[in-house]
Ligand binder design. Structure first.
Ligand SMILES: [Zn+2]
Length: 243
């Protein structure tokens, strides 16, 4: 029985290794292994084979441990994929950024619409690199002063139209007000741009609350540690605008 269990254990672990890239398959196979060993353990106990029963329980423990380890590894792998980009990609983006002609061509190719005369560019990698937050976050939006262009990630652009337009107005606010990314009080600039969006009749409080919720969800879901302190401050200031 012990030999059979060992063979089965190895076979099951091989399968777990083979399906590493699916959470569901890993959980199913891991769970099946655990169930198999626990059932065997109880069966051996009923038969009065104390030693065999303990061995089976130990195998169940190892199966739980291995399944958990594989799931954790996959989680960490996926998470890294979402947060970081390869060194080659960063080099490529920096090279494009430093070549005015290439950069302009990229912006033109990636322009999805023009809002109140401002081109809207969707470019995940560039905006994620610039803001140092994952492109999967809907708050991944910025402005390019020299190009009078709004730039954002696909996730940001895919939000409901009201939120998207509120974000457009915020970024336009930065440009209209002549903001510089090198300003000594970056948060003060955010307050001003939020106020500009509010003055254009947009519900900036609602949009900021949505972005804050998205950040909280991303932090829990993907283990990011994106601070919501700034968003909290911006919401507090934006709320005072309507008082
Ligand atoms: Zn801003």
């Amino acid at each position: 029985m012990n030999k059979f269990a060992k063979t089965a254990f190895n076979a099951i672990n091989k399968q777990i290794a083979a399906v590493k890239d699916s959470y569901l398959a890993t959980t199913l196979i891991g769970g099946t292994a655990v169930g198999f060993y626990m059932a065997s353990s109880y069966k051996q106990k009923d038969l009065g084979n104390r030693k065999a029963s303990i061995a089976m329980a130990a195998y169940a423990g190892i199966a739980i441990h291995n399944t958990g380890k594989v799931l954790l590894e996959k989680y960490q792998r996926d998470n890294r994929k979402k947060v970081f980009m390869s060194a080659e990609l960063v080099d490529e983006l920096v090279a494009i950024n430093n070549n005015a002609t290439k950069f302009k061509a990229q912006l033109e190719a990636r322009t999805v619409e023009t809002y109140k005369g401002y081109p809207v560019v969707v470019w995940d990698d560039y905006v994620a690199l610039q803001l140092q937050i994952p492109a999967s976050l809907p708050m991944c939006t910025a402005w390019l002063y020299n190009h009078k262009t709004i730039i954002m990630s696909q996730a940001a652009y895919d939000q409901d139209r009201n939120t998207v337009e509120t974000v457009f107005e915020h970024e336009i606010g930065h440009m209209v007000l002549g903001h510089s990314v090198d300003h000594s009080d970056p948060l003060g600039l955010e307050f001003e741009a939020d106020e500009y969006a509010y003055d254009q009749g947009k519900d900036i409080v609602k949009a900021l609350r949505k972005l804050r919720l998205d950040c909280i969800i991303a932090n829990i879901k993907y283990g990011h540690s994106i601070s919501i302190t700034t968003l909290n401050q911006r919401i507090a200031v934006a709320r005072s605008l309507s008082l």
